[in-house]
Design a protein around this ligand. Structure first.
Ligand SMILES: O=C(O)CCC(=O)C(=O)O
Ligand SMILES: [Fe+2]
Length: 311
C-alpha cells in the first residue's frame, strides 16, 4: 500500500491526539472531574474582577454567544480601524488559493489551505486579531486571560464530499473557544455555509449521542438525535463574520455542492488551552512593528512560541 504525505500526517495527528484523549477519559472519572471543575471555577472567579468593560455592541454579541453559542454580523458593524487592511491582504491570499488547486495536492482534497510559503504571519492579520474591542468581547466570553492562536485560510471545494470538519463535531482545543470565520464570498445554499446546533440543543445531542470522546458524527446519526429543522445554516453575504464557540456547539462546514466557499478563520482560547496551534511565526521585523503598535495586554495574547526562533 502506498502511503501518501496526507495519510502520514493524518496518522501522526491521530497518534498525537492519544494523550489528549486519555486525559479527557481520566477527567471523566467523577472525583477528578470535580477537582478539575473546582479549579476551573476558581480561575473564572479570580479573573472576573479583571474583565474589561464592553460597549453596547460588545454586550449584545456576548449575550448572543452565551445564549446561542454563535453570532453572525457584517464586518463593517465592528468598526475596527484595521479591517480594510486585513481584508485586502486576505483577499489577495484568497486569489492565490483560487489558482492553487487539488493538482498540487495529488490526493482528493476537499479543503485547500494556504501553501507553505504563505504560512508566514501577516501584520495586517495580527493587528486585526488583536483589536482591543475584539479581545474585550472574547475575554469576557472566555472569562480568563486569552490566547490568539492564529488564523487559517480555506477554500472549500464544491464536491459535496463529507470529510474532516465537514461532518458534525465539537472542537476540543479548550473549554471555551472562539472561532471567527469571515466569509470571502457570498455564502448561499449549496455554497458550504457554517452549520451549527444551538448551545442548549447541543447539550441534548451530547447526551443522546453519548458524545464524550469526540470524533465526527454523520448526518444520519445527527438526524436521529436532533431534527434537521434545528440545524442552523449561517447563510450570509461576503464580509460576514461568524463568531462561534466551537467547543460548545456541534458544528461543521457543510459540504458545498454548487459553489466554492472561501473563508478565513481566527482562533482564540484561554491562555492555558489543551492544544496550542502550530501558528505562523512572527519575524523580528514584524515583531518590531507589532511591539510599537500594540499595548502590553495585546502582546500578552500572543504565544512566545511564535517568536521562539527569533529570541
Ligand atoms: O469553517 C467552517 O465552516 C467550520 C470549520 C470548523 O469545524 C472549525 O473551524 O472548527
Ligand atoms: Fe471545528
Amino acid at each position: 500500500m502506498k502511503i501518501s504525505a496526507n495519510n502520514l500526517s493524518y496518522i501522526a495527528q491521530k497518534v498525537k491526539n492519544i494523550p489528549h484523549k486519555l486525559k479527557r477519559e481520566f477527567y471523566r472519572i467523577p472525583p477528578f472531574q470535580a477537582i478539575k471543575e473546582h479549579v476551573y471555577q476558581k480561575a473564572l472567579d479570580n479573573h472576573a474582577q479583571f474583565l474589561p468593560e464592553l460597549d453596547r455592541l460588545g454586550e449584545s454579541i456576548l449575550k448572543i454567544l452565551r445564549q446561542e453559542g454563535t453570532c453572525v454580523i457584517p464586518i463593517e458593524e465592528l468598526q475596527f480601524p484595521s479591517t480594510d487592511m486585513m481584508m485586502s491582504t486576505t483577499f489577495s491570499l484568497a486569489e492565490k488559493l483560487k489558482t492553487s488547486s487539488a493538482e498540487q495536492n495529488t490526493s482528493n482534497i476537499c479543503e485547500v489551505g494556504s501553501s507553505p510559503e504563505d504560512l508566514r504571519e501577516f501584520i495586517e492579520m495580527l493587528l486585526w486579531a488583536l483589536e482591543p474591542k475584539l479581545l474585550n468581547i472574547i475575554e469576557n466570553y472566555i472569562g480568563l486571560p486569552i490566547l490568539y492562536q492564529g488564523f487559517a485560510m480555506r477554500k472549500s471545494v464544491a464536491d459535496g464530499q463529507y470529510s474532516g470538519v465537514r461532518r458534525w463535531h465539537i472542537d476540543w482545543e479548550d473549554r471555551r473557544i472562539i472561532k471567527i470565520i469571515i466569509y470571502l464570498n457570498d455564502v448561499v445554499p449549496g455554497g458550504g455555509p457554517y452549520n451549527y446546533i444551538s448551545r442548549t440543543i447541543t447539550q441534548e445531542a451530547i447526551k443522546k449521542l453519548n458524545y464524550y470522546n469526540l470524533g465526527y458524527i454523520s448526518d444520519e446519526e445527527m438526524a436521529q438525535a436532533i431534527p434537521r429543522s434545528d440545524w442552523i445554516s449561517c447563510l450570509a453575504s461576503k464580509g460576514s463574520v461568524v463568531i462561534s464557540d466551537t467547543s460548545s456547539v456541534f458544528h461543521r462546514a457543510q459540504p458545498p455542492t454548487l459553489y466554492e466557499r472561501y473563508s478565513i478563520t481566527f482562533c482564540y482560547t484561554s491562555a492555558m488551552p489543551q492544544v496550542i496551534w502550530n501558528a505562523r511565526k512572527i519575524s523580528p521585523e514584524q515583531w518590531e512593528f507589532i511591539d510599537r503598535n500594540t499595548n502590553q495586554r495585546q502582546k500578552n495574547c500572543l504565544h512566545k512560541k511564535r517568536l521562539a526562533e527569533f529570541i
